[in-house]
Design a protein around this ligand. Structure first.
Ligand code: NAD
Length: 491
């Protein structure tokens, strides 16, 4: 197989990538039919260090054809065999975690320690989906009132997987894992900011013995994605990204009644109950409220504080965030990196300006950090004196901007938390676990943590309202990639 590039000079771990004018189709890196290129920029240095092909309709067509050709063979592979391939994929990924982590950091600025932690989860995901393939019962007898029936679970068909830049490999695993376990073949369209790691991922497929055409990768931007969505032979789209793009994709899927799973944006609330232990909560501020430099869909960016403890909580959140080491994302001691792009920084800065105009006060941050003239850095920023009707409290910023909103009673806190177009994450913090759980039951959201910011692979993840449709992870993960088919057999 021709490798599209040599990702690293292994001795110096220095990227020497340049132009990646190809896609991964039918098990081979094949030249793009498009002459259009998209630059790949290191957000810490603002240097363009590579470019990718902006895939054309012809590229998508070839990839879908390859996935269609491979579909029958893969669908008829025994689920236990597919499970083994997923375990081999997990092993292959594990052996290259450092390389992939570094490459992701170069592209999106995720601090390397965070990037390693994210990539370390990826084999866990593939092994979990393998275990679900092992448990998959393809055909069941059902005794009905008019005789027996066979209920089969058949793969939905060719799946288009479209991913964002903030967690490219984990979010790809959430789609490819269950799709392959269910017997579907796939075409992946990674985000243009993070496509290089998708090429490395493609190399792992043959190591895992996954047949040619089962996973194909076409790089490109929004138009490449919408061409994939509109392709008549795609039967399902699994998408993670912005709510605006999700709505466009849902509308396009509706036209052809394609199945669709959407993991979209959020504006999740952390409710600090009046007995909250602030020392305990402070250890969650970075991981729960501003993970990955705030560029995480489930970040708890609205902190709801009892009015009686408002100042204390604003001070604690501000002090904690301002102490987080910020800088070069390749430094293992750094926990806050640059934002992914100049555009993302401009969006975040415009929200900071908007918050000030709306009358909120900056408690900490609000500008660019000193000593970082290059790179798309923004200071972690906390707004106080925020009301829930301000746009800064209602719209997803997707950066390290946290608003602290006072509340007067538990009911008031729940009303504020639920007064949102989104419903992806959430958190309730109190030493009284039962009380916090009772509050969590009343939050309208897809996931909510009680004194925790972690979410395990074994439980469903996803959003309600404008945060999405359907769920990824958890024991039902494969259902989104399977169609039940009933064979009635009479008496
Ligand atoms: P984005 O919507 O701009 O792009 C995501 C992907 O979709 C990219 O690959 C892009 O090229 C493609 N795309 C964009 N418009 C498209 C269209 N009309 N048709 C087909 N493909 C299209 O999002 P982003 O800026 O890359 O990522 C940030 C967003 O993702 C945030 O809103 C964040 O909340 C969300 N997100 C959600 C989750 C979740 O699990 N709910 C996880 C991570 C990120």
């Amino acid at each position: 197989m021709r490798r599209p590039f040599q990702a690293f000079d292994t001795k110096e771990t220095k990227i020497i990538t340049t132009v990646h004018d190809c896609h991964f189709i039918g098990g081979k890196f094949q030249s793009s039919k498009s002459s259009d290129r998209i630059p790949v920029v290191n957000p810490a240095t603002e240097e363009e260090f590579a470019s990718i092909a902006n895939g054309s309709g012809e590229d998508i067509g070839r990839a879908v054809d390859a996935a269609v050709d491979a579909a029958s063979g893969w669908a008829h592979t025994a689920p236990a065999d597919r499970a083994n391939h997923l375990r081999w994929l997990a092993d292959a990924f594990e052996s290259r975690i450092d390389e992939i982590s570094t490459l992701v950091t170069r592209q999106n600025g995720t601090p390397i320690s965070v990037s390693r932690a994210m990539q370390s989860q990826v084999p866990v995901y593939y092994r979990y989906f393998a275990s679900l393939a092992d448990e998959l019962v393809v055909e069941k007898h059902l005794q009905t009132s008019v005789g027996d029936a066979l209920v089969r679970k058949e793969p939905v068909g060719v799946v288009g997987a479209i991913t964002p830049w903030n967690g490219p490999q984990p979010l790809l695993a959430w789609k490819i894992g269950p799709a392959l376990a269910a017997g579907c073949t796939t075409v992946v369209k990674p985000s243009p900011e993070t496509s290089l790691d998708a090429f490395l991922f493609a190399e792992l497929l043959s190591e895992a013995g996954i047949p040619d055409g089962v996973v194909n990768v076409v790089t490109g931007g929004r138009d490449t994605g919408s061409t994939l969505v509109g392709h008549p032979l795609i039967r399902k789209i699994a998408f993670t990204g912005s709510t605006a793009a999700g709505k466009a994709i849902a509308a396009a899927c509706a036209a052809d009644l394609k199945r669709v799973t959407l993991e979209l944006g959020g504006k999740s609330a952390a409710i600090l109950l009046d007995d909250v232990n602030l020392d305990a909560f402070s250890s969650f501020v970075a991981s729960a409220c501003a993970p990955n430099t705030g560029q995480t869909c489930r970040a708890l960016t609205r902190v709801l504080a009892p009015r009686s403890r408002y100042d204390e909580i604003v001070d604690m959140v501000s002090a904690t965030l301002s102490k987080i080491p910020l800088g070069d994302p390749t430094d293992p001691g750094v926990s806050f990196g640059p934002l992914v792009s100049a555009r993302q920084r401009q969006i975040v800065e415009s929200y900071i300006a908007l918050g000030r105009q709306e009358g909120a006060k900056v408690a900490v941050g609000g500008g660019r950090p000193a000593g970082h003239d290059r790179g798309y850095y923004v200071e972690p920023t906390v707004f106080r004196d925020v009301t829930n009707d301000m746009r800064i409290a209602r719209e997803e910023v997707f950066g390290p901007v946290i608003v602290v909103i006072p509340y007067d009673s538990e009911d008031d806190a729940i009303d504020i938390a639920n007064d949102s177009e989104f419903g992806l994450g959430g958190g309730v913090f109190s030493p009284d676990k039962q009380r916090a759980t009772d509050v969590a039951r009343r939050i309208v959201t897809g996931t909510v943590g009680v004194n925790t910011a972690s979410f395990p692979v074994e439980a469903p993840f996803g959003g309600v309202k404008q945060s999405g449709l359907g769920r990824e992870l958890g024991p039902g993960s494969l259902d989104a990639y399977l169609e039940p088919k009933t064979i009635y057999r009479g008496t």
